[in-house]
Design a binder for this molecule. Structure first.
Ligand SMILES: *Cc1c(COP(=O)(O)O)cnc(C)c1O
Length: 350
């Protein structure tokens, strides 16, 4: 039976026998081979489908650690700012641990599915008149001054849990990939994966390290542009962040690995979003599609020319059902017809 990432990778994590393990069986997500993307790039492309975690995003890997350690430290209340998925995950794990959760989200900028999760799991949900960065500044100040535990990725246990994604990929491939492509928002996840790969190499589990290829949305690309973006804009709400908490660590992952951090437009994101759904049968939220958009952009520039047959893993960070409105907006709404067989046949083309 799969018992979650803490039990599976306990020896690599800062837990002891005394740590109460709060898990909803996160992790163990599939690594799906993509024929369509392999054909386009000339490489072997795999999709790490993190949308299949218990609350529908990779945040669960970090949250099992953050909430378990909060319980060990006798915390009663946890708090986070969120573009949606952190709040969904924090509220679910807090519910399981019988903790109170408080989540601050930017008003009107959180996908419907994510908001519904935080509400049904019983969090105190506050919509802030401002963006993610405003909400983040508030929760940092509150957790500094009051006995409330911050569970954003500034919390080092989040990074510890999230690094297990790198272990799973390495275990599944039997080696590290040559390239890993992923979206970058607050930059905790790229930091976590890089840490995970380095630790697995040091433990002798893998011999090489991947080049880390991160992608931000063009309207929310502070690392690419080299300055804070005060009003970040993109349809990929999960990466709509203008001042990433792990900025420096993301740059270190990029530079140490010989990778890059680039930007993709909303149109490129939506094209990749449709391609994944229609060629691979994999439904992701727009932010996740930023990784595949980046892969396609690099392939077009012949970035992978010298490295045919390379193994590439794209991290698909969150499930498409998180943001159903985006799917319906992207594809035309279904036609309404009378309940008559001749009308159905006519629509099919008979
Ligand atoms: C949180 C999130 C990201 C960004 O991850 P960071 O660690 O903030 O860089 C990307 N995609 C989805 C779906 C997310 O929930």
């Amino acid at each position: 039976m799969w018992k979650g990432v803490i039990e599976k990778y306990r020896e690599y994590l800062p837990v002891t026998k005394k740590t109460p393990v709060i898990t909803i069986s996160e992790g163990n997500t599939p690594l799906v081979y993509s024929q369509s993307l392999s054909d386009i790039t000339g490489c072997s492309v795999y999709l790490k489908y993190e949308g299949l975690n218990p609350t529908g995003s990779f945040k669960d890997r970090g949250m099992t650690m953050a909430i378990s350690k909060a319980c060990e430290d006798k915390a009663k209340t946890v708090i986070c700012a969120s573009t949606g998925n952190t709040s969904a995950s924090a509220s679910a794990y807090a519910a399981k641990a019988n903790l109170t959760s408080v989540v601050l989200v930017p008003e009107g900028a959180v996908a419907l599915g994510k908001l519904s999760q935080a509400l049904i799991h019983g969090a105190l949900v506050l919509q802030v008149e401002g963006n993610f960065d405003d909400a983040f500044n508030l929760v940092k100040e509150i957790s500094d001054k009051y006995p409330i535990t911050l569970v954003n990725s500034l919390n080092p246990y989040r990074i510890e849990g999230q690094k297990t994604g790198a272990f799973e990929i390495s275990d599944a491939l039997g080696t590290a990939p040559d390239f890993q492509v992923m979206p970058v928002g607050n930059a905790g996840n790229i930091t976590a994966y890089w840490k995970g790969y380095k630790e697995y190499r040091d433990a002798g589990k893998i011999k090489s390290l991947p080049k880390m290829l991160g992608f931000q949305a063009e309207g929310a690309a502070p690392i690419v542009k080299g300055h804070v973006i005060s009003k970040p804009q993109t349809i990929a709400t999960a990466i709509r962040i203008g001042n990433p908490a792990s900025w420096k660590k993301a740059e270190a992952a990029r530079d140490e690995s010989g990778g890059l951090i680039g930007a993709v437009s909303d149109d490129e994101i939506l094209n990749a979003y449709k391609l994944l759904a229609q060629k691979d049968g994999v439904f992701v939220e727009p932010a996740s599609a930023a990784s595949v958009a980046g892969l396609l952009k690099l392939a077009k520039k012949d970035y992978f020319k010298e490295t045919k047959e390379a193994k590439i893993v794209c991290i698909l960070t969150g499930h498409g059902l998180k943001d159903p409105n985006r799917a319906i907006k992207t594809i035309n709404k279904p036609k309404t017809i009378p309940a008559k067989i001749d009308r159905v046949l006519k629509e099919i083309g008979y």
